[in-house]
Design a protein around this ligand. Structure first.
Ligand code: NDP
Length: 256
């Protein structure tokens, strides 16, 4: 199996759930990145204790404060990361942070729609804009042909629940704001792939499966360990033929 060779990685929402497990498995992998920028809303707070413990043992792990719903916080984080990279580029941006609310067509209101949209769709859009110069730099500095996560990539952690074609299979959970915001994220991924491909940047949306986290609940199918192992085995095989698609944690394409 191909190994992920990204030297610099940045993740959002990395203090718990899938984001935290991604950090752990990246650190423990056969070729850990030279720098992992693990971002979260409150790196000093109680919810980031595990991340701080990891950072105390791994000098290549840098914690950065970042609320993806706050445009100025995104700009500040991009400056901090640029400073740390000292002229190097960013190979891999993983937009993982997300929110979910149990709302139906009857109960959802405009505030909840906008709240979900801001975090799940606008956040990843602004993240890609802010980190684009560093992603471009990574692509330019790479000698690799084609597109890959080892060269320069934006991975948007999305969900099958944002697939219009698949909606009827899971509509017993309407979660309207979540579905609509993730459908927007899927469209964003396609637009990013069509735009950023020319600069050598791969753009893919990944569905992690139904995972036992705070969001997925303990009823979910997959442990976070299994899901993240799957995601990390999919990343190294992604190429231009996958860019602009939604794939699951096993690498299977999910229809839009
Ligand atoms: P969790 O609820 O366990 O964790 C969500 C993470 O996102 C937390 O770190 C949280 O930080 C962070 N976050 C939320 N809002 C923001 C924000 N505005 N800025 C920065 N960070 C934020 O979720 P999962 O780990 O399960 O989900 C991760 C991703 O996977 C999400 O995008 C989700 O939609 C997707 N997904 C999950 C599935 C599942 O079954 N679990 C299924 C399909 C997709 P904080 O601690 O500060 O709240």
């Amino acid at each position: 199996m191909a190994a992920l060779r990204a030297r610099t990685v940045l993740l959002t929402g990395s203090n718990r759930g899938i984001g935290l497990e991604l950090v752990k498995q990246l650190l423990g992998g056969p070729r850990p990145p030279a720098w992992i920028f693990a971002t979260c809303r409150d790196p000093e707070g109680p919810r980031a204790q595990e991340l701080r413990d990891l950072a105390s043992r791994h000098p290549n792990l840098v914690l950065v404060k970042l609320d993806v719903a706050n445009p100025s916080a995104i700009a500040d984080a991009a400056k901090i990361v640029e400073g740390k990279l000292k002229g190097a580029g960013l190979n891999l941006l993983i937009n993982n942070a997300g929110i979910y609310a149990q709302v139906s067509l009857e109960t959802v209101d405009s505030e909840e729609m906008i709240r979900a949209y801001r975090t799940n769709a606008v956040g990843p859009l602004l993240m890609a804009q802010a980190f684009l110069p560093l992603l471009k730099k990574a692509a330019q500095n790479s000698t690799e042909k084609g597109l890959s996560c080892s060269k320069a990539a934006i991975i948007n952690i999305s969900t099958v629940m944002g697939s219009i074609q698949k909606t009827s299979e899971s509509f017993f959970k309407p979660v309207i704001s979540y579905r609509c915001s993730k459908a927007a994220l899927n469209m964003l991924t396609k637009c990013q792939a069509l735009t950023y491909g020319e600069a050598g940047i791969l753009c893919v949306a990944l569905h992690p499966g139904w995972v036992k986290t705070d969001m997925g609940s303990q009823e979910a199918d997959l442990t976070v360990d299994t899901s993240v192992r799957g995601l990390l085995s999919v990343l190294p095989v992604l190429s231009e033929k996958h860019s602009g698609n939604l794939l699951n944690w096993e690498g299977k394409v999910i229809p839009w």
